[in-house]
Design a binder for this molecule. Sequence first.
Ligand code: FUL
Length: 497
Amino acid sequence: MLALALSASVAAHAQLEPKHVRLDNPDNAPAPVHPLPHDRQVKWMETEFYAFFHYGMDTFTGEEWGFGNTPKATYQPTEKPDPAQWLQTAKDAGMRGGIAVVKHHDGFCLWPTKTTDYCVSGDDTPAGFNVAKAFADAAKGLGMKYGFYVSPWDRSTALYGTDRYVTEMFLKQCQELTTYGNDQFEMWFDGANGGNGHYGGQAPASRSIDRATYYDVPNLRYMVHKSNPNCVLWGVGGEARWIGNEAGYAGTTNWCIDNRLEGRDQPTAASGNENGWIWLPGESDAKSSGGWFWGEKKDSYTAPNTLFKMYLETVGRNATFILNLPPAKNGKLRDQLVSNMHQLGELLRTRLGNDFATTANGATIVADETTAARTGNYAPENILDNDSTNYYATDDNTTQADITIDLGQQRSIHYVVLQEYIRLGQRVKAFKIQTSNDLQAWADFGGSVPTTTIGYKRIIPQSGDTGNYGNGVNARYVRVRILDCKSVPVISNIGVY
Ligand code: FUL
């Protein structure tokens, strides 16, 4: 009897063993450091730099937050909105995608939704035009990633604040938008809820909700991911966090992990949390003009050099960068903005377009002084090959590495770019960059900028100053010293520009 009971319990235990644990590791891969990103979050980080397009009722009122009772007829584009022009401009600026605001807090929808009359009709006139559909089509034509901003807060409807708003309007609106393409990369869910609004003219005129629970995020996620598996739900959706400011900078220390479901108003927004338990990477949103929406009094534009500085302080600090380009009343971006974006693209191409540290440009890895490279396909050469799917890793039991690159000739160096293989978790806690011409005398690179985290991407300017291109430093060798790391360092790329 005892023997029988024992064997029954062994059998039950054997069944419970997790099936995904591999008992052997034939590839000798380094162990992951949790939490890990979802595949869609990695693809999203690889988008790096993309546009926001705030266009809608506020374009015609000059406001930033419509109250929800502006008459429909106020939305009067003087020409048919031209999303292909928006996205082509973004592409010229070096961006890889864009997000169209198709419903802002005022509740007016730029596609013919079945959930409310407060929307465009979907006919072929400028005022009836289905902007959401045209936007998705234009993006597909231009090879740009695309997604939509759908404001959860809706100041137009009497239902706001009740469960009916969530099930009959908000979720349905998001569902309708998923039908415009199954390859959307991000849906943007703003956390703003300023309380008061028109709310269909019904009392109470001020409503408050708990944004952590009100919007039924589990069902929202399920519904969006069913048709759009690569769509990251930003903000309220809990798959990427706000960086905590709208000025275009992330923390110099910036972890892709954190401890909370939504980044707004949190002290760790800019830096993430080294000990966080969920993957929640940062996105930095910023304007390129006087407002989120175009307006006569807001028709002034930020200089390309300032935008380049923002790029270095966002993409260069392990965050994505979403830069707003507001179409004007004719449904097009102004000439001045188009020209600024072209200049920004030129800056990115000339300053960060030719990587000296590639095999193709004659670079080699000359030394790995302190640590043995891992056996298997983890050679330091993986750092020079422009392939983001492989990486260099050290043997187990070390959290340090020295990686020295011979550029093959002296180069004028302005920036060093570092990337971890984040599919195995974000790891590096401290590093240092140095340059040399003889492998004997080494000079520190990067001024006094803190060199703590790397993550998906880090860009270190030669003097540490993101606002000053400078003359560069002339050197043949670049050495990256990983000084502290959560586990074995895994480095996919080092770029030298
Ligand atoms: C904010 C909104 O309230 C602004 O109007 C704008 O859309 C910005 C991107 O997010 O929270």
